[in-house]
Design a protein around this ligand. Structure first.
Ligand SMILES: Nc1nc2c(c(=O)[nH]1)N[C@H]1C(S)=C(S)[C@@H](COP(=O)(O)O)O[C@H]1N2
Ligand SMILES: [Mo]
Length: 357
């Protein structure tokens, strides 16, 4: 007879397999994959189609035995069980995650790193406890500077670990998440507990959280100072990669699509870190004639907004479509981004070729 644990394991494995089937693989070991473009047309990206970015093999952390240490510059060090976190107070947020390396393959010269095209992107509903709540329980000392969050993956100096400045660590939207899209986190997405840092590129949202250390001095770990930095290759000190730059994506017509002449509906998504997107414009056939698209829902912070544009009277032949987003701070997508050695933050306007006829 199967024990409960065995059948749970079998279910988890079946789930993992199912998830991989709906993704576009980029690397098999460790598993890294993109969200397929069609899945990005939905308001929320189903977990089974949500991109996976892992620097190391996924650790297996049984929720009942797992503990999260909270230590460092605190008055009351804590050891937390995921079940204790689940008692709340819980907060639920819709958040767009984008990998900082998304779009790397359209930079030239080609930077080093995983060859992400356009799909290291997804939007899901995450539920968890604000990190501020846990830090409040641990009682911060007065001289604190940053909060280090460590994952359970990677060995020694390559352990995946990242810090947040106090302002972001204490922001009420920064969560220790237990659920994604209404179900417990899957192993690929950081079970049993991951950080969610709305508005920042994905690297900040540490998966498989095992330790939280409050620091009084800056952290210089591998994933803080060797990776996730804008190194312009000009000898100047690199800047850290933080918030997600304003960007849009055309979803339909898809890549290599052939559409009938006449009226063509162009659809996509647009997002900008913690900010709201206020405008999306579309240009047909090059030039500087940008026409407004319609936002399909009220834009909100930290999540994409879907948009649509009606292209009237498309003529037979090849056409170029471009979209560009502007956020509430007045920032607009650029035509090009400064090249950087590790290929991060590519939010340049993209060109979609469409064949009509
Ligand atoms: N522990 C750990 N957390 C991690 C990573 C990792 O390799 N290890 N990758 C980060 C990066 S680079 C991204 S883009 C997001 C991706 O989250 P997802 O796999 O759930 O889509 O997780 C982040 N959290
Ligand atoms: Mo990433």
């Amino acid at each position: 007879m199967e024990t409960g644990a065995e059948s749970e394991e079998a279910t988890e494995e079946a789930r993992a397999e199912q998830e991989r089937a709906r993704l576009v693989p980029v690397k098999l070991e460790p598993f890294n994959a993109e969200t397929p473009l069609e899945a990005l047309a939905q308001a929320r990206t189903p977990t089974a189609s949500f991109f996976v970015r892992s620097n190391h093999p996924e650790p297996e952390l049984p929720a009942d035995a797992h503990r999260i240490a909270v230590e460092g510059a605190v008055e009351v060090p804590l050891t937390l069980k995921p079940a204790e976190l689940a008692r709340g107070p819980l907060r639920e947020l819709t958040v767009t995650l984008e990998c900082a390396g998304n779009g790397r393959t359209s930079m030239a010269p080609l930077p080093e790193g995983e060859p992400w095209d356009k799909g290291a992107l997804g939007t899901a509903v995450f539920k968890g406890v604000p990190l501020a709540e846990v830090l409040g329980r641990a009682r911060l000392r007065p001289d604190v500077l940053e909060v280090l969050v460590e994952g359970a993956d990677g060995e020694g100096s390559k352990r995946f670990a990242r810090t947040l400045p106090m302002s972001k660590a204490l922001h009420p939207d920064t969560l220790l998440a237990l659920e994604m899209n209404g179900a417990p986190l899957s192993r690929a997405h950081g079970a049993p507990v991951r950080l969610i840092v709305p508005g920042w590129y994905g690297m900040a949202s540490v998966k498989w959280v095992r330790r939280i250390t409050v620091l009084t001095r800056p952290f210089r770990g591998h994933y803080q100072s060797e990776r996730y930095i804008y190194d312009l290759g000009d000898g100047r000190a690199p800047e850290p990669v933080t918030r997600i730059r304003v960007k849009s994506l055309i979803i339909a017509p898809g890549e290599g699509a052939r559409v009938a002449p006449g009226r063509v509906v162009v659809q996509g998504v647009a997002w900008s870190g913690e900010r709201r997107v206020v405008q999306v414009e579309v240009a047909v056939d090059g030039g500087e004639t940008w026409k407004p698209a319609t936002l399909l829902e009220p834009p909100r912070p930290s999540a994409w907004v879907r948009w649509a544009f009606t292209w009237e009277d498309a003529q037979p032949g090849r056409h170029t479509l471009r979209a560009r987003a502007t956020d509430e701070a007045g920032e607009t997508q650029p035509e090009t981004v400064p090249w950087n050695r590790l290929g991060y933050g590519n939010n340049a306007v993209q060109v979609r070729l469409v064949d009509v006829g």
